[in-house]
Structures are given as structure tokens and as C-alpha cells.
Design a protein around this ligand. Structure first.
Ligand code: UDX
Length: 478
């Protein structure tokens, strides 16, 4: 369809100033639009107004200060102001997992659309960015038409967001693609105008109706989760056979049809999106009568959760079979590096499971200690890597921050009580550690004794990568 030209730059509001909304508001102002960021949380708004990002996201503070300096970005908690100001309103509020079911909790989405729609009395566009169950946008469209003094002149569109935490600025300013679900040519033209700076740099745009736009997001996250769980399922098979999932992943990744991204084995996925999105998708598909089509997502979820309990098994084995009273240094709490987000974080889950088995767990995360402490105040927290590993019986790397990757095994060895390390993210150089006398364990990799110790026992240093009990010749022929 030919877009209707619409030249004046629309004024933009962004409702919800979490990871997604704050980044979107800031980047839209950087791109040249007048933007009003809106949230019900007065503290968050005061922080943003003062040029302070309320969470850790690399590069975002600089962009916030840049945007505020242009005079194009302001923040408010006042919905009357938002309704009067905006021509295009982006709704970026959270859709967490509901308290008692796998479904998505839509109360924040409903509240945001209701607050806006009941106040807007002229032609305007409401754009949902939150991840919602398929069919939500169509239902909300009917709701806002009934609620708004503008009636059907208040249109609704959906524009799923694919930004990754840790790369939020880059993903917003240089996305792989833009997807807009619209119900009219006018809505499409407005969104083309909003995204003009990104379209000008060649970003592909997919224009759909509302349902496809909603589905793109959950389908993308389901695919990514499935890819991670696939390689972690292979890790389980490796554990039963003595094969090495790291080498397997490398070999698979060189097939260009498969590719290496999201094929990194380890502790699995967490965060505020992948886990709850696959559960909500499955729940919605069942409601729609197509539950069988996505039943495999239950298995994807189970494989992912089993990596957490299996990690505890390996740490217990490293500790000699019993975790009671064992001092464990838990390196990492965030669900992934370069984030302070601990929602459904595999790292923190493992720390909690170790604690429940009686281990004395000391957590250190370069950015997420505060959020982790709020979630699990019973665990101990250290302010530095050295503080966490001091006198540890076992060191467990649970989130692959650069600080942990770059740590010198020799320096760590001087601090710990025992040289035992669990590498939950395949982030360390196994040979380097075992060569310095560390017992090293990782998910899906064969047990390899410390070469330092083996050499003193029988005078022979086993070939790196050889499986316990095998001669080097055996290992070569398997
Ligand atoms: C994800 C999607 O990537 C993004 O498009 C969507 O908008 C929101 O959800 P995010 O949650 O920020 O983004 O994290 P992502 O980088 O996708 O990582 C998700 C999880 O998978 C992390 O816990 C990460 O550690 C894990 N992961 C990722 C693996 O275990 N192995 C991999 O190979 C890749």
C-alpha cells in the first residue's frame, strides 16, 4: 500500500520508563523528536529528570544527558499532560508472568491504555510496544474506541521491540528490522514518519496487521530460547557419553545454516523476557486451541531449568559430595553480563539452591549486587571478586562478566581455600585452570583432572580434553 505522506514531526510520549521505555524515549529524543516520558513511579521520573538512569545499561546515561541538553526530552507522572502533548503515544509497560499462572499479566497494559484513551480527545495514535498475547491489540483497539472522547479517531498500532539488555542503545538506534502492525494507511504513514531516521539508514520495515506484529515478538523469543535449549539438551547427552558440548557447538556453528549465535551452552537463559514469553505463548496457544503446535516450548523450559539443578550437582561433586557448610563463591547474579537485571536469573537461582543445601554462599556481581540483595537478602554479598573468593571451597562462575573471564587463575588460587572451579558459562580456559592445579567442571564437558596434580601422582600429564580413565590414545580414537 502507498503510504500517505505526513511531514510534520509528531510529538511523542512514551508510557513506562523501564529498560524498554526509557531507552525508547531517550533515543527518540536523540533522533530529533520532542518526547515526554511518562511513568506512575515518581522516584523513577525524578531520577530521569535529574539525568540519572535508574538501572544499569551501558551507554544510556550519556544518551540521556545528550537528550536532556537538547531540551527535547522531559518526564512527567501526569497523564493529562501526556494526553495533551502527544500525537503518537508508545506504551512500553511491563507484562510480567501472572502470579498464579503461566499467562502474561496485562494489568499495567490495561491501565496505561485506559489512562490515555479516556483523556485523548483528538486524532492520535496509540502504539503498543509491550510483549502481549496474540489478540490483545485487537481487543485494546475496541476498548480505546469506546473509552476515548475521540472515538475511532484514536487509532491503535503494535510495534514489537527486540532490544537486548546490555545493547539497548545500539539495538534501538540500529535495529535489525522494524515491525509495525497497523489497521490503516494513516497509522502506517505516522509510524513511517516516526521511524524515518532509521528507515533512512536502510533498516528493513515489515508492515503487518495487528496479530502478526504481536506474534513476531513471541515467535522470535521462542526460537531463540529453543536454540539455547537445543544445545543444552545436547550438553545432557554429552554428559552421558563423555562428549564435549563446547566442541560440538563449535562444529555445528560452522554450518552456515545453523550459525553460532544463541548456541552457547551453559546455565541457560533467564531475564525478564525469554522465560515468561515462552510460557505466556504456550498458555495463549492453548486458549486458541493450538496448544499442540507449541507444546515443545514446555520441553524448552524444562531443559533450561534442569541446567540449574545440574549445576548444583556439579558444584556438590566438586565439594566432595555434600554442600553443608561449604563456602561457595558465586560469581555473578545478573541473568547475563552487562546487565543488573536479576529477573529469573539462572545465576541467582543456583546461588539460592546452594544456600538451601546448606552451603555458605557469597555472591559478587559487578552491577547486580543491589538487585540481588533485594531479591535474596539471606545470601551474603561481597563488594569485590577478591572478597567473594577469599577462603572459598568452590568458585562458581555463573554469569560471564569480562571481569571473571579475565581473572588470573594464579591470583585467585592465592585467595581460595581449594582450587575448585565450576564454569557455568564455558567462559574460562579449561587448560589454563587445570594446568595450575584447579579442578575444573563445566556442564556438558568431560571431567578433566587438574593436570598439575595428575602429573605429580603418576609423572604423566594427560592430554588436555582427555576423559578421566582414558589413555590419550583412547581419547584420540573416540
Ligand atoms: C531477549 C531477546 O534477545 C530480545 O530480542 C527481546 O527483545 C528481549 O529478550 P534479553 O533478555 O536482553 O533479550 O537477553 P538475550 O541477550 O537474548 O539473552 C537471553 C538469555 O539467554 C540470557 O540469560 C543469556 O545468558 C542466555 N543465552 C544467550 C545463552 O544461554 N546462550 C546463548 O547462546 C545466548
Amino acid at each position: 500500500m502507498e503510504p500517505i505522506p505526513y511531514s510534520p514531526a509528531p510529538k511523542i510520549t512514551v508510557i513506562g520508563t523501564g529498560y524498554l521505555g526509557a531507552t525508547h524515549a531517550i533515543c527518540m529524543a536523540v533522533l530529533g523528536f520532542d518526547v515526554l516520558g511518562v511513568d506512575v513511579d515518581e522516584r523513577k521520573i525524578a531520577q530521569l529528570d535529574a539525568g540519572e538512569v535508574p538501572f544499569f545499561e551501558p551507554g544510556l546515561s550519556e544518551k540521556l544527558r545528550e537528550a536532556i541538553a537538547t531540551g527535547r526530552l522531559r518526564f512527567t507522572t501526569d497523564f493529562d499532560q501526556a494526553a495533551a502533548f502527544g500525537d503518537v503515544h508508545f506504551v512500553c509497560v511491563g507484562t510480567p508472568q501472572a502470579a498464579n499462572s503461566a499467562a502474561a499479566e496485562l494489568k499495567y497494559v490495561h491501565a496505561a491504555f485506559t489512562s490515555l484513551a479516556s483523556r485523548i480527545d483528538r486524532k492520535a495514535l496509540l502504539v503498543g510496544k509491550s510483549t502481549v498475547p496474540i489478540g490483545t491489540a485487537a481487543r485494546l483497539a475496541r476498548m480505546v474506541h469506546e473509552l476515548s472522547p475521540a472515538g475511532v479517531d484514536l487509532e491503535l498500532a503494535w510495534n514489537p521491540e527486540f532490544l537486548r539488555e546490555g545493547y539497548a542503545v545500539e539495538d534501538t538506534l540500529h535495529p535489525d528490522r522494524l515491525v509495525v502492525g497497523v489497521a490503516s494507511e494513516w497509522a502506517e504513514a505516522r509510524l513511517r514518519r516516526v521511524f524515518e531516521p532509521l528507515l533512512a539508514q536502510g533498516t528493513p520495515l515489515i508492515v503487518t496487521e495487528l496479530a502478526t506484529a504481536e506474534l513476531v515478538k513471541v515467535a522470535a523469543n521462542s526460537f531463540l530460547a529453543t536454540k539455547i535449549s537445543f544445545i543444552n539438551a545436547m550438553a545432557e547427552v554429552c554428559e552421558a557419553t563423555g562428549a564435549d558440548v563446547s566442541l560440538l557447538a563449535r562444529a555445528l556453528s560452522l554450518d552456515s545454516r545453523i550459525g553460532g549465535r544463541f548456541l552457547k551452552p551453559g546455565l541457560g537463559f533467564g531475564g525478564g523476557c525469554l522465560p515468561k514469553d515462552i510460557r505466556a505463548f504456550k498458555h495463549r496457544a492453548e486458549e486458541l486451541g493450538v496448544g499442540q503446535a507449541v507444546r515443545f516450548l514446555s520441553e524448552v523450559d524444562s531443559i533450561n531449568n534442569r541446567r540449574r539443578t545440574r549445576s548444583v550437582d556439579l558444584i556438590r561433586e566438586l565439594a566432595g559430595g555434600d554442600l553443608a557448610g561449604v563456602k561457595v563463591a558465586a560469581l555473578g547474579a545478573a541473568f547475563k553480563p552487562n546487565s543488573d537485571d536479576v529477573r529469573d536469573a539462572p545465576a541467582l537461582d543456583v546461588a539460592r539452591l546452594l544456600y538451601l543445601e546448606g552451603a555458605a554462599v557469597t555472591v559478587y556481581d559487578p552491577e547486580a549486587n543491589r538487585n540481588a540483595h533485594r531479591a535474596y537478602p539471606d545470601l551474603d554479598y561481597a563488594g569485590s571478586l577478591a572478597g567473594a573468593v577469599q577462603d572459598a571451597d568452590v568458585v562458581a562462575l555463573l554469569t560471564e562478566w569480562d571481569e571473571f573471564r579475565r581473572a588470573e587463575p594464579q591470583q585467585l588460587a592465592a585467595l581460595v581455600a581449594h582450587r575448585r572451579i565450576f564454569d557455568g558459562r564455558h567462559a574460562l580456559d579449561q587448560d589454563l585452570y587445570t594446568g595450575l592445579g584447579w579442578e575444573y567442571r563445566a556442564l556438558g564437558r568431560p571431567y578433566q583432572p587438574s593436570t598439575a596434580r595428575a602429573a605429580t601422582q603418576d609423572g604423566r600429564v594427560p592430554r588436555p580434553g582427555a576423559v578421566v580413565g582414558e589413555t590419550p590414545q583412547d581419547a584420540r580414537t573416540t
